[in-house]
Structures are given as C-alpha cells and as structure tokens.
Design a protein around this ligand. Structure first.
Ligand SMILES: [Cu+2]
Length: 183
C-alpha cells in the first residue's frame, strides 16, 4: 500500500514538473507594437519585449505572418554616423534575460506591404524559436500612441509590462495614456 501511494505521488510530482516546465519555456512577450507607417509605405517595423523564462538559451530564428508578405529579423546599427539595418539569421537570448525589440535595435522588418496598416488593428505573427513556434498578436499603433507608450515604458522601468500591454489599447483610446508620464 505504501509503495503504491509513493509511486502515485512521484507520478503526480513528475506530472506537475512537466506542466510547469512547459509553461516556463514559453517566452513572455510584452509591449508589442507596430508603429503605423506613413501612407503608401511598403515597410514597417514591429517591436516587443521578449523574456526568456526558460532555463536554456532561446534562439529566435525567424517570424512569419499571414498578414505580411515578408518578415525578417533586423538589427539597426550606426556605422560612421550612417544608420544601417542588418538582417539577422538568428538572435539568442540567454536564460532569464529580456531582449527589447525596439527602434534603433532589433526589430521585425515587415516588407512588401500592399495595404496600409490601420491603427487599432492587430497583426498575427508566428515566432520561430529553438523552443518551438509561438503566436504573437501585435497591435498597430498611431505614431502618437506609440510615442506615449514608449515614454511610459522609459519612465517606469519597473512597471508590469503585461498589465500595460493588456490595458494599453483601452487607455490610449480614451486619451488618458499620458497619465503614466506624470505619476
Ligand atoms: Cu529593418
């Protein structure tokens, strides 16, 4: 009897471990946004923060979207005062680290756009990584909304980005997003 319950216990423990391990390996995406490009633009950039919550390095190898003809990982750099964008085959995030895809750094380059990106809409992406493929929804923000959002992020580095991400659209629609800067 004792042996059976021990076996059952260890089975349960193993199950619990498996479940939490599979959650832990999903990267945390926050603050995802695409800044609406000017009318007629064929390209746009997508930004987000990605936290590698797993115990192993996470390698991002690419992204795709049914909504965008071509998606590449780019890195913006400045060489001799000239801004350049370099296509990256992959980006590695160490265990526990967060990488910000942002203006002037890593970004997803959305290319071959045939229709204007409308602020308030969401584009669906799949991120290909060493830990599998993960879906991401990225909202299109007007330039004003995006400026408010990044100002808020910079002023409040400790803020829970998840909450901000979830509330951002509603807050910004009501025009009170600027409050975050004044806190
Ligand atoms: Cu680019």
């Amino acid at each position: 009897m004792k042996t059976i319950s021990k076996a059952l216990l260890s089975t349960l423990a193993l199950f619990a471990f498996t479940v939490s391990a599979s959650f832990a390996s999903s990267p945390e995406i926050s603050n995802a946004r695409i800044i609406q490009p000017p009318p007629g633009a064929k390209v746009a950039a997508a930004y987000f923060n990605i936290e590698n919550t797993a115990a192993d390095s996470l390698v991002i190898t690419g992204a795709n979207s049914d909504d965008v003809p071509m998606v590449s990982i780019h890195l913006s750099i400045v060489v001799d005062d000239v801004a350049k964008m370099l296509e990256q085959e992959s980006v590695t995030i160490d265990a526990g680290d967060t990488l910000e895809f942002k203006h002037g750094s890593y970004h997803l380059m959305l290319m071959g756009l045939t229709e204007p990106l409308v602020s308030g809409s969401n584009l669906s992406f799949e991120l290909q990584t060493s830990a599998g493929t993960f879906p991401i929804q990225i909202p299109v923000l007007s330039p004003d909304e995006a400026a408010n959002m990044s100002a808020g992020t910079m002023d409040h580095g400790n803020m829970n980005h998840d909450n901000m991400n979830h509330d951002a659209k509603k807050k910004m629609k009501h025009g009170d997003h600027g409050k975050m800067e004044n806190k």
